[in-house]
Design a protein around this ligand. Structure first.
Ligand code: ADP
Length: 475
């Protein structure tokens, strides 16, 4: 497979290409365009021109395109899953789930395109306001610039593209270097569905040089970024007055209280899923688990048993549950963090060794909060389990983080669930559920260093539009 960059409804030949490898087998998957800054300029110029056309489409016409795209993807599901599986090194069963979610994200986008309602403002609530009607409308903003990571190369890109189209904007995407092919598939599908030429561009290549162009071009009205906190901060510092959404990482916590003793097996099942699904390379991944002393031993034993059963292998094998990490740098970094924690007194309950180009799913006990594996984002298959005496100690530990994306609480005590949900510093709290659960219409985003702004189709549309107030005086 050799694919260029995507502009004006088709794949364009590039001057230079780079090689994309399957991180597990190290086999060559294909070659992708090493796009130049000049090509990024061209994509923005075309997207800006296409905006004139997009503005003339009714919300129904935009919805029809999005629904049609969902249908086309439905028919190309296996294509999508195989591309994701190979380039992102994702077990193929999980890649199929990602495609299914992408279909839904497109459908939600189509539905929300038709629901961009404003509101009536009661002006006579102010003295002298009588005799007027006022209402709000959501207007598109123009060209949106999206910079995306490797971990959900189709659905995460669609979380930016779907709402942008629903709102009547155009979009230029800079996909992660490791995963250019999924986003190219999305652009092809949207074009086949009838999206106006130029309304989507996919510009693969180097983040820094292509990102610079997006940041400095005034025609780009908004940057929607998902990736590491380090790059997020860097972009924010340079974005000037552009609108921004930053979806960054976390070291997400979870708490299990003593009231869960009877269903501790089920809780362990959910915790293992939260920690090790897609090798922990998920922004929401559970990284720190705090367990009440009364159920600690039982919980730890069950987590260890379940973790030992996880099947490591080639991402394209149906039985594979965990595979190699996205690159060797990530493998080495995590391995060093595990060793550091061990030196600081932590016990390795499971895993801890390199396997293939990955790391065995690893459980660490008694990790100090200052250890890298506790206070930084792991983005890999390592989870910490620490014992606490009560919910107050758990809350203190959970909030002792520079991040705040999501958290899980397991309890049968309703008052405790609500109290903790209110006091945890995070964008979302999941009670008695897989702590990484995400449905694609849910608001999604973080506080603290996990970023700002919300995705989830309806919420992303709000961030990709401007609210205009119109007032009419009738008396
Ligand atoms: P990850 O660790 O998940 O790969 P990164 O933050 O490194 O996360 O990358 C996310 C996206 O940001 C990728 O598309 C990458 O190319 C892009 N990127 C990396 N560095 C920069 C930069 N300096 N400016 C703009 N984009 C960047």
């Amino acid at each position: 497979m050799k694919k260029g960059w995507f502009l004006l409804g088709k794949t364009q030949a590039a001057a230079n290409y780079y090689q994309v490898f399957n991180p597990h087998t190290e086999n060559l998957i294909g070659e992708a365009a090493e796009s130049t800054p000049a090509e990024m300029h061209e994509a923005i110029k075309e997207a800006n021109e296409a905006y004139e056309k997009m503005k003339t489409l009714t919300s129904n016409e935009r919805a029809v395109i999005l629904f049609r795209a969902a249908e086309i993807l439905q028919n190309r599901k296996e294509d999508g899953a195989r591309i994701i599986s190979q380039e992102a090194c994702k077990p193929v069963t999980a890649a199929r789930t990602e495609v299914q979610r992408t279909i839904q994200t497109l459908q939600f986008s189509g539905e929300e395109a038709k629901r961009m309602n404003g509101e009536y403002i009661q002006l006579d609530a102010a003295e002298g306001g009588e005799g007027r009607d006022a209402y709000t409308i959501h207007e598109p903003i123009g060209v949106v610039g999206a910079i995306t990571p490797f971990n959900f190369p189709l659905n995460l890109v669609t979380h930016k593209v779907g709402p942008a189209i629903a709102a009547g904007n155009t979009i230029v995407v800079k996909p992660a270097e490791q995963t250019p092919f999924s986003s190219l598939l999305l652009a092809e599908i949207l074009t086949e569905a009838g999206l106006p030429s130029g309304a989507i561009a996919i510009v693969p290549g180097d983040g820094k040089s292509l990102g610079e162009v997006m940041l400095h071009d005034e025609r780009v009205k908004k940057i929607s970024f998902t990736g590491s906190p380090e790059i997020g901060k860097l972009l924010k510092a340079k974005a000037g007055l552009k609108k921004m959404t930053l979806e960054l990482g976390s070291n997400s916590p979870m708490y299990i209280d003593q009231s869960c003793c009877e269903e501790i097996n089920e809780v362990a099942e959910k915790a293992v899923k939260g920690a090790f699904a897609y090798n922990g390379q998920v922004c929401l991944s559970t990284q720190r688990i705090y367990v009440h002393a009364e159920v600690f031993q039982d919980f730890v034993r069950r987590c260890s048993e379940k973790t030992a059963l996880l099947q490591f292998g080639d991402p394209l094998e149906e039985s594979t549950e965990v595979s190699s990490l996205i690159n060797k740098k990530s493998q080495q970094r995590l391995y060093e963090w595990v060793k550091e924690a061990e030196t600081e007194g932590a016990e390795i309950l499971a895993g801890g060794k390199k396997t293939g180009n990955g790391l065995e799913p690893t459980i660490l006990l008694n990790v100090p909060s200052s250890s890298s594996i506790s206070c930084k984002e792991a983005f890999g298959p390592v989870v910490i389990i620490n014992k606490v005496q009560d919910s107050e100690e758990a809350l203190e530990q959970m909030n002792n983080s520079r991040f705040g994306l999501n958290a899980g609480v397991f309890t049968n005590d309703l008052k405790q669930a609500l109290d903790m949900a209110h006091r945890i510093e995070a964008g979302q709290v999941l009670v008695n559920d897989v702590p990484t659960l995400r449905f694609d219409h849910m608001p999604y985003g973080g506080v603290k260093d996990s970023g700002y702004g919300r995705e989830g189709v309806k919420y992303a549309i709000e961030e990709m539009t401007e609210l205009k107030m119109i007032s009419l005086k009738y008396r």
